[in-house]
Design a protein around this ligand. Sequence first.
Ligand code: ADP
Length: 694
Amino acid sequence: MEKRRYNLLLLCVFIVIISITFLTQYSTEVEASSLIVNGQLDLSNKELSEEGPFKLNGDWNFYWQKLLEPTDFKQSVPLHSTLINVPSSWSNQLIDDIALPRDGYGTYRLTLRLNEAEQGKLVSLNMHSIATAYRLWVNDELLASNGVVGDSRDKMIPKEYAKIVTFEVNQPEIEILLQVSNFHQRKSGLWGSITFGTLEQITEHRERGIAIQLFVVGCIFIIGFYHLVLFLILRIEYSALFLAFACFGVVVRTLLLKDTLLISMFPQINWEVAVTLEYLGALIALLFFLLFVKQEMAKDISNKLTNFLVSVVIVYSLFVIFTLARIFTNTFLFFQLLASLIMLIIVIVSVISALRKREGAYLNVVAMLVLFIAVLNDVFYYSQMISTDEFVSLGLLFYLFTQSVHLSKRFAHSFTNVEKLSKELQGLNHSLEQKVVKRTEELQEANKSLQKIESARRRLLASVSHELNTPLTFIQGYIKAMIDGVISKDDSTYLRAVYSDTQMMAHSIQDLQELSKLESGQVSFRFESLDMQAFVLQLYEEQKQVVQERGFHFHYKETVFNARSDDKVFCKIDPIRIKQVYINLLTNAQKFTPAGGVISVEVEIPSLSNSKEVKVSIRDTGQGISEKDLPFIFSHFYKVNRTTNEEQRGVGLGLAIAKEIIEFHEGSVGVKSEQGKGSAFFFTIPIQVIKEEV
Ligand code: ADP
C-alpha cells in the first residue's frame, strides 16, 4: 500500500516538472501564422514587447530555383513569386500544382510591418532548423549566413547551426530575404519556425531553452555516467552498462538538435559528421535501451525477437555510418518505423511483466508509456506532422528517474541484506568460536579420561597377572610337593586347596570378563520403569530367610522425606543388574560381619523438591574398613586384608563391578565405615517419575 502511494507521488512530481518545463517554454510564444498573408505580416497595431515574440509561420513569398538578392527586387518588373507554407520542407509542397523535389534552391521573402513605437529598437530573429545553408538579408543588409548557398551540390556547403540575428528597426517596413539551398538531406528549406521578437525576448527565450536542454542533458549524462561507473565497479550488472550507453546516445542526439549546442561547443564538427552523429545517437540509444530491457525483463521477452531487432539496428547503424547524409536521411521513414516498433514492443513487454507482477514493474510501465509517447511525439514532430517539440530527452529523463528509484531500492535492499548476513555471520562466528572452545575442552577431557583408562588398564594388567600368579604358585607348589612325595597324593586337604585355588581363578576370570565387558560398553542393559520401594522390598524378602538362617539380624527400613508416603517412585533400571549389585553388597556384609551381627537394608525416598535420587544402603555391624583403605575400596582387585579365612576370600572385583553397573544407571556408589563398628555401602538411582496415588 505504502509502496503504491510512493510511486503515485513520484509520478505526480514528474508530471508537474514536465508541465512546468513546457508551459514556461511555450506560453511566451504566439502563433502568428494566421497573420502572415501573401508574404506580409502586419504587426503595426501590436506592441512587440507586450505581445511578442512571434513565430513567423504562414505563407511566405517563394522564388523556386532562384537565388535572389535585395537588388533584384529594386527592378521595375516584378518577379514571379509563389507562396510557400512555413514551417515545412519545400519537398512537401506543390507550386503551380507541381511537387517540388528535395534537392534544389530558392529564395524566401517576408515583409514585416511594425508599430511606430518600435523604431530605433533592437529586434532579433531566432534562426534554426533551416536546411541546409542560407544567407539572410534584412532591409538590403546581409546579416547572417550559414554554410555556403549554391545552385548545385558541388557549389554549396551544408551547415546547421542555430543563431540569433539582431538588427535595429530603422523603417516601418522590414524586408526579410532568405536564400536557401539543399542538396544534402531529406529536410529542405524552412522546416522549423523562425521566431521574431525584441532582443530581450529572443535571447531570454533561447537562454531558457538552452538552460532546460542543458539541465535535461546534464541529468541524463550524470545518470549515464553513474551507471557506467556502477558497471565498472560491479562488472556483473550489465543492465547498468546498457542504460549508460542509452543515456549517452540520447545526450549526443539532443545536443545536436534545435539549439545545436554540440556545434556551439565544438564548431569544427563538420555538418556530415553532425548528422551522422544525430542518427547514430538515436540508434545507439535505441539499441542499448532494447538490450537493457532484455536484461531486466529477460523472462518476458523472447531471445529471437531481441536478437532480430538488435541485428536490424546494428545493420541500419552501419548503413548510416557508411553512407552520406543525403542517402541515409532519405530512410528516415524506416528509422521512425523501427523506433516506434521497438518502443511498442518494449511497452508491451513492460505490460506483460507488470501483469506477471514482477518487482517494480508497475512503475516501469508508467515510465515506459511516458517514454513511448515522447518517442511517438518526436516521430510525428520530425515528420512535420505536428508542431510540438523534441520530447525524447525529457521522456528518457523521466524514465531514468524511475529507474534510479528502482535501482536505489534494489541496492538498499541488497545493502540491508548484506548487513543482515554479516550480522548472522558474526553471530555464527562467535558461536563457532564458542563451539571450538567447548569442543577443545571436551577433547582435553576425553584425552584425560583416555589417559586414565590407559593407566587403569596397565594397573589392571599388572594386578591380573599378580592375582592369577598367586593361586597358580600355590597350585604348582602343592603339585610339586605331591610329585616329590613331600605330601601324600592321598591327602585330600591339599587336593581341596588346589581345587579351591582353581575355583578362585575361574571366579576371577569370570569377574574380569564381566568387568571388561561392562567397561567397554559391550553389555546391553534392559531398562524398565519400576516402583523402587516395591522392588527393593521384594529383594529383601527374597533373601530374608537365608540371611536370618545364617545367624544375622536382618531388617528392612524405609525413610520417606517430605513426600507423601503413598506416592510411588519410579526409576529406570535393569532389575537383574541391580539385583546383582544388591546381592554383592549383601554377601560382602555377611562375609565381614560376625554371626549375631545386624544387617539392614534401607531405602531413602527424597523430598519432592530436593534430591532426585533414591538411595539404597546395606548396613552392617561388622569389622568395618580402615580410613586408609576406604578410598580404594571400589578399585579393581582391592582387598583390605589378604585373609586366609576361606569365607572372606574374594577376588576384589565385586565392588568395581557394582560401581560400573550403577554408573550405567547414571547413579553413584559409596561407603561409610568405621573400623570395628561396621560399614554402610550404598548406591543411588535417579528418579524417573513420582506418581501420586489417588
Ligand atoms: P570381593 O569380591 O573379594 O568381595 P569386593 O570388591 O566385593 O571383593 O570387596 C573388596 C574388599 O572390600 C573386600 O576384600 C573387603 O576387604 C572390603 N569389604 C567389602 N565389603 C565389606 C564390608 N561390608 N565390611 C568390611 N569390609 C568390606
